[in-house]
Design a binder for this molecule. Structure first.
Ligand code: 5AD
Ligand code: SF4
Length: 455
């Protein structure tokens, strides 16, 4: 296998969710032992991987437009004797399969999210055959066995995939079709990976899953829930922060809610998508909770963790959403007061029940509603950030900023904070005073470097 590539350059573009970011990282991990190095410019790469997202139509179309730019580079390179391989991975690969090769025959390999662990093998074989190949099976367990290798971390914040796939079948969503049935990794495997990440310098771990709070990982003849897993991980020496995403309101069990009050390392922030503030819309979305249930969960969370910052996803213009129904979403947003949120126009995804529902909403109305909703959400986000002006926040520094001596990190509430100071370093926890607040970020002035967070 070693001879498939000798220090070849690999470019990987990630679309969509954190799960894809995690998968892209793992693909890089898989290729490095086969002589690949990461390349940031696709024009110089020998291997180009597009790790795609299919959640909304726009995301999928973007892949085809990117392929339209990449394919001519491959053709030009071929004329000068340089071989470039193009791989389409991720959810578009899973959903469209051979259609991708029909539309772009220059694509060499199409590989779904459950088979990318075999990428080195696929590439090796594709050297021998000239035909493009499609791999979209669902052997999910073996994937997690294969992708345990981790590079030396250079980021104090690490993602850890613990659950994948989804059985919820929300009527707008392609995930159950592209990622398959829900699968939880065994508890001890997750614990082992968490320990190894922490050993390599992770101070914050974000547990990932499409429906992460449905986690039920096998340990002996027992099943660990997400709250159990969080408690186990919180015990590992050196770990300071835990987060998890993305959750479904129906899986917010009492233990998990309580954990927000009990586990110090569990950050006071939760992304809990409600999607709509109208019960009829929620019903036809197949979300299986009511607005009242959602509000009760939030109330309980705020009782155990009064400062918890809340985030959500919203879809506007789902089939059958009337003006009145949309007004109820606005009402709910005003009642809850989110620290941030994501909002989208409903996008018809082929094969999902929503796509064939009657009373589809016009683009014009969707746009109008999105604008109105985002105005309120943006104001709430700005207001939330402004409320920290002149107060102290702890930041975990995780990235370099644009300017000299500037580093970026996040507060416990997930706010992006930038700090400029010659004495700070990546991986440190520092206390800052907030000097400036905008919707998207905060600027902090260093008070002190928190020694507890240093190696
Ligand atoms: N149209 C618009 N938004 C969607 N989402 C999922 N499917 C669709 C769709 N068909 C949104 C949901 C979900 C987030 C990840 O993407 O709000 O929570
Ligand atoms: Fe999609 Fe619903 Fe599953 Fe989330 S819970 S991944 S929105 S089907």
């Amino acid at each position: 296998m070693k001879n498939i590539a000798k220090k070849k350059k690999m470019y990987i573009k990630t679309y969509g969710c954190q799960m894809n970011v995690y998968d892209s990282d793992k693909m890089l991990d898989l290729m490095i032992p086969h002589g690949f190095v990461e390349e940031k410019d696709f024009k110089d790469a020998d291997l180009i991987i597009l790790n795609t997202c299919h959640i909304r139509e726009k995301a999928a179309e973007k892949v085809y437009s990117d392929l339209g730019r990449i394919v001519p580079i491959k053709k030009k390179a071929m004329k000068s004797g340089r071989k470039i391989k193009i791989v389409v991975a991720g959810c578009v690969a899973q959903a469209e399969g051979r259609e991708i090769i029909k539309r772009q025959p220059a694509v060499d390999i199409v590989v779904g999210p459950q088979t990318y662990h075999k990428l080195p093998e696929f590439l090796f074989n594709s050297d021998k055959v000239s035909k493009s190949v499609v791999h979209t099976e669902f052997p999910v367990e073996s994937k997690f066995d294969e992708i345990k290798i981790n590079r030396i971390l250079n980021n104090p914040v690490s993602f850890l995939s613990i659950q994948e796939g989804c059985n919820k079948f929300c009527s707008f969503c392609v995930v159950p079709y592209t990622r398959g049935a829900e699968y939880s990794r065994p508890g001890l495997d997750v614990l082992e990976e968490a320990k190894s990440l922490i050993k390599k310098g992770a101070k914050e771990i974000c547990l990932l899953g499409q429906n992460v709070n449905a986690y039920h990982g096998q340990v002996g003849n027992k099943l660990w829930t997400l709250s159990r897993l969080i408690k186990e991980i919180a015990e590992i020496e050196g770990l300071r922060r835990i987060r998890y995403t993305t959750s479904h309101p129906s899986d917010m069990d009492e233990e998990l809610i309580k954990a927000h009050g009990e586990v110090g390392a569990l950050m006071p922030y939760l992304h809990l998508p409600v999607q709509s503030g109208d019960d009829d819309v929620l019903k036809s979305m197949n979300r299986k909770y009511t607005v009242e249930t959602y509000k009760t969960i939030i109330e309980k969370l705020r009782t155990v963790c009064p400062d918890i910052a809340l985030s959500s996803d919203f879809i506007v213009g789902f089939p059958g959403e009337s003006d009145k129904a949309f007004d109820k979403t606005i009402k709910l947003v005003k009642e809850i007061n989110f620290s941030q949120a994501y909002s989208f126009k409903y996008s018809r995804r082929p094969g999902t029940p929503g796509s064939i529902m009657k009373r589809q909403v016009s683009e014009k109305i969707k746009s109008k509603r999105l604008l109105a909703l985002q105005k309120i959400l943006n104001d709430q986000q700005l207001f939330f950030n402004m409320s920290f002006l002149n107060s102290k926040l702890e930041v975990l520094l995780e990235r370099k900023g644009k300017y000299k001596n500037q580093l970026l990190g996040r507060s416990p509430y997930m706010q992006a904070i930038h700090v400029t100071d010659p004495s700070i370093a990546l991986g440190q926890f520092i206390d800052v005073t907030i000097a400036e607040a905008t919707k998207n970020s905060l600027r902090g002035n260093l008070i002190a470097i928190n020694k507890r967070g240093m190696n």
